[in-house]
Design a protein around this ligand. Structure first.
Ligand SMILES: Cc1cc2nc3c(=O)[nH]c(=O)nc-3n(C[C@H](O)[C@H](O)[C@H](O)COP(=O)(O)OP(=O)(O)OC[C@H]3O[C@@H](n4cnc5c(N)ncnc54)[C@H](O)[C@@H]3O)c2cc1C
Length: 291
């Protein structure tokens, strides 16, 4: 690692001022589980490291707040989200998904904001957050904006965040009544590995008709992605085995997986079809039970 200055601001305003002052020379440090590795490999070499630890005392950055929408502070740890009674009751998909991340040790450190800003396409939270129509709230010294998560990821480890912007929260809007959800993380190697393919799904039913389907994948391309052709093939249809199978097959055209030690691109494409079908089936089963 090269030398850097470590600064720990006491307030959000101070953190934002530092980001404005140092721009691309600065990086914020949340849980440190992603950034420290990149720094050790010299892939990222900030001159200023802005530690967010002191800000974890601020409720808007560290709390899960229910209202019509559910707001999750950017500094909430994965473990906090996984074990939150409120999340388990209102958004069980999120509790399940965060439980699938690495080990308890990593989940205790890694944060909601870091899981998005890091933008490693192999991470688990993004597909689940995409099917829940999440929005990302970001702030700079100049103001605040909200970004649809589906517009947030640009490329491998790249997002639309400006250098002076901090993620402050993730907002999850009210879900369609009776919606069923599912998350599959296919990891044939060790239990705490990144996914070979991950798929999240959400569907709701009006009688026998599928409404508001959402399908998203991780570890399937340079960014987490919404499988929009699969969603379009499900919208307004009756969830018969044939409809689900044919819709899931369309995911092969949406994904563009990287070959690595977890499998060839071809293998991952095949697994994307298999797990998309399973994810839709499970979400439909749950939506039917919720009916
Ligand atoms: C061994 C290991 C295994 C892992 N396995 C998995 C896995 O299977 N699935 C999975 O999903 N994740 C996994 N992770 C975690 C994941 O890869 C990231 O490390 C983690 O999500 C980053 O969160 P963090 O809070 O530690 O972010 P940090 O490491 O602190 O930061 C990561 C990046 O995000 C930026 N950042 C952080 N917070 C903010 C913010 N509020 N606003 C703007 N930018 C911000 C930082 O500047 C940095 O660029 C694993 C990590 C390790 C070390």
């Amino acid at each position: 690692m090269i030398a850097f200055a470590y600064i720990e601001p006491e307030s959000l305003e101070e953190a934002l001022a530092l980001l404005e002052q140092h721009g691309e020379d600065a990086k914020v440090l949340a849980g440190g589980t992603g950034l420290v590795n990149l720094m050790k490999q010299r892939l990222v070499q900030p001159a200023y490291l802005i530690g967010l630890r002191q800000l974890a005392r601020r409720p808007e950055l560290a709390e899960i707040r229910p209202s019509g929408s559910l707001t999750i502070g950017a500094l909430c740890s994965h473990r906090t989200i996984e074990t939150s009674a409120l999340i388990q009751r209102r958004l069980p998909l999120l509790a399940t998904t965060f439980q699938h991340v690495a080990s308890v040790r990593i989940r205790t450190a890694a944060t909601m904001g870091g899981s998005l800003a890091h933008a490693d396409p192999n991470q688990d939270p993004p597909p689940a957050l995409l099917v829940l129509d999440a929005r990302v709230r970001v702030q700079s010294s100049h103001g605040e904006r909200e970004i649809e998560l589906s517009d947030f990821f640009v490329d491998y480890y790249e997002t639309v965040l400006e250098p002076d912007e901090l993620i402050t929260a993730v907002i999850i809007p009210p879900q369609p009544a009776g919606a069923g959800t599912s998350f599959f993380k296919f990891l044939p190697q060790t239990h705490d590995d990144y996914a070979t393919i991950a798929v999240a799904a959400r569907v709701s039913l009006d009688g026998d008709t599928i409404l508001h389907p959402r399908i998203a994948l991780g570890a399937a391309a340079a960014t987490p992605l919404r499988a929009r052709t699969v969603e379009a093939a499900l919208q307004g249809q009756t969830p018969t085995p044939a409809i689900i199978r044919d819709a899931a097959a369309l995911v092969a055209e949406e994904v563009d997986p990287l070959a690595d030690f977890r499998g060839s691109a071809e293998y991952k494409r095949d697994m994307a079809i298999v797990f998309t079908q399973r994810a839709i089936e499970q979400a439909v089963t749950q939506a039917t039970a919720n009916h």
